[in-house]
Design a protein around this ligand. Structure first.
Ligand code: GSH
Length: 191
């Protein structure tokens, strides 16, 4: 597998996931300054011209949620996803999509001090934090003792916000982020 990578990008989320899977992969460095992510060769892999992108044989993937879903299924021995047929599979899929369709844009609105209008497809960030706080519950992870790809997708959003000096102000969420950051392979932006 090849991960098109820049350490100062969301490709750090994919790298975290690959490492949790115990996968063997090559990093293909992509310079954002040189706009290598807009080069015709790269656009054949991700037509949106964004990082990350992953190539696995004849399979090409873009969008972190899709990549993490793919990897969790490809490496079942890592137990990073409830399997098809397990009752928790539905909640897992919902949280994976929620991470990118609601949590991330609501956090973006919040950090950029934009108002979240009701016609948007996502709630305001306070509501999104309520949702995640409720889903983590007593933890330690979103699925109790079982760490999953949903923790990678949702946790990485809060870890990223923390790097920019934005704490949630919610002890239960902060403790959850601490637990994720303590994992040996946890996302390391900029490295
Ligand atoms: N929803 C996408 C977001 C990808 C994204 O926005 N990547 C940024 C880096 S963090 C990027 O490539 N930006 C460069 C650009 O758009 O020119 C995902 O999660 O994969």
């Amino acid at each position: 597998m090849k991960l098109y990578y820049n350490p100062k990008s969301r490709a750090a989320i994919t790298k975290w996931m690959l490492d949790e899977c115990g996968a063997t992969y090559d990093l293909v460095p992509i310079s954002l300054e040189k706009r290598e992510h807009k080069a015709p060769e790269f656009l054949k892999i991700n037509p949106a011209g964004k990082l990350p992108a992953l190539v696995d044989g004849d399979t090409r993937l873009f969008e972190n949620a899709a990549i993490c879903l793919y990897l969790a299924d490809k490496f079942p021995e890592a137990r990073l996803a409830p399997r098809i047929g397990e009752p928790q599979r539905g909640r897992y899929l919902s949280l994976m999509v929620y991470s990118t369709s609601q949590l991330e844009p609501s956090m973006g609105d919040h950090l950029m001090k934009l108002e979240t209008g009701p016609q948007r497809g996502w709630t305001d960030f306070a509501t999104a934090m309520d949702v995640i706080e409720g889903e983590v519950g007593d933890g330690p992870y979103l699925f109790g003792d079982r760490f999953t790809a949903a923790d990678v997708m949702i946790g990485s959003m809060f870890m990223w916000a923390r790097l920019w000096g934005n704490a949630t102000g919610r002890p239960r969420l902060e403790a959850y982020i601490d637990r994720l950051q303590a994992r040996p392979h946890a996302m390391k932006m900029g490295k």
